[in-house]
Ligand binder design. Sequence first.
Ligand SMILES: C[S@@+](CC[C@H](N)C(=O)[O-])C[C@H]1O[C@@H](n2cnc3c(N)ncnc32)[C@H](O)[C@@H]1O
Length: 371
Amino acid sequence: MRGFKGIVFVLSRVNRNRSALGEKGLSGVSNASLGFYTVWAAHLGRRYGILQALSRRKRRAGTGAIARACGLHEPAVRVWCEAARSLGLIEGGGDGYRLPADRRALLANPDDVRFLGGQFSYLALRSLDFGAFDAFFRRGEAGAPARRHLREASEEATRWDHTSFLEFLLPRMADVRSRLQAGARVLDIGCGTGGWALTMARAFPRSRFTGIDPDREAIRIATGRNAGGGRGVRFLVGSGGASMRGSGPYDLAYLGEVLYGVKDKLRLLRQVRRSLARDGVVVVAEGLVAPARRAAEPAAQLVAAMGLDFALQGARFFRRSELDALLADAGFHRVKFHDAGGGLWFVVAGVDPSALGSERGGAARTPRGDR
Ligand SMILES: C[S@@+](CC[C@H](N)C(=O)[O-])C[C@H]1O[C@@H](n2cnc3c(N)ncnc32)[C@H](O)[C@@H]1O
């Protein structure tokens, strides 16, 4: 959801008033087409390590040297460099190419909060599943063919969420940050391939992280990424209930772009609340539909456009009021919305003590029913 900044950056460089045919109306088509190729050029540059290789070099590099460094076919590198240069992603020409310093953070450094590369890759990878729109429009189907590249695409998109959690959200949650520093028990629900838990474990070595996800392949990848990573992180196959209880109660639970795709959202949130300690905190990261008065803003437009992608997944974006009410119904209170930019929000809430009372004991107890 963060790509709009990059796309706006590129389009503002193009900003044609007239098409080659002299018709003003076609400038939008040119810009949209250039946006499409920018998404793909950025994705291919990252996928084949060209952008990363360029970001490590101070001087210009020829296409032969880039191809050797990345183990690639030189003519392919040459045509990519020329496309990427014309789109404004890199600079240079016949004597070599370079990635300007301001674009290193944007395209090649996932640990920088300005990083947008993952969003380009998300869009490119998701577009590989768009053949499934046929079944969606004709028969209302949103099944497995629409999700073939979703795991990989999500992994790319959420890298920014993880950096943003550390750089944007935690400075606004001093108490949570000090708990993490001292050693907290943390639950990552819908952990996917483990990016958030692994990033957090590196930043907070005294804390213990449990990641759960129903996707066995994602958990296999996450466990592999954690090989030799010590005992601070573990990954389990599961979607709630029993899988959440093991090492709880937890001080912090994170649901990073998970809830939108869950069928019984209230049930999952109640399970999360029961897995938390009395002073536990939940953080939900989700894209939110903007209110009508902000509908013309680029982030709002992007969320609306991505509604097509979400519909194909059998899901949709939340409205703010909806998520607010859902958290209250699940027994959370003091709900705070933090706008991280690009349509993504971090929503933070605490366990409502009155919800604990009505369940005779709360966090440390084994919930009945919701398993
Ligand atoms: C967009 S990915 C986000 C992955 C991860 N949270 C991140 O930030 O990188 C959504 C994940 O939610 C998982 N998921 C879907 N339904 C779930 C459920 N009921 N309980 C837990 N996880 C679920 C999916 O398998 C997928 O890995």
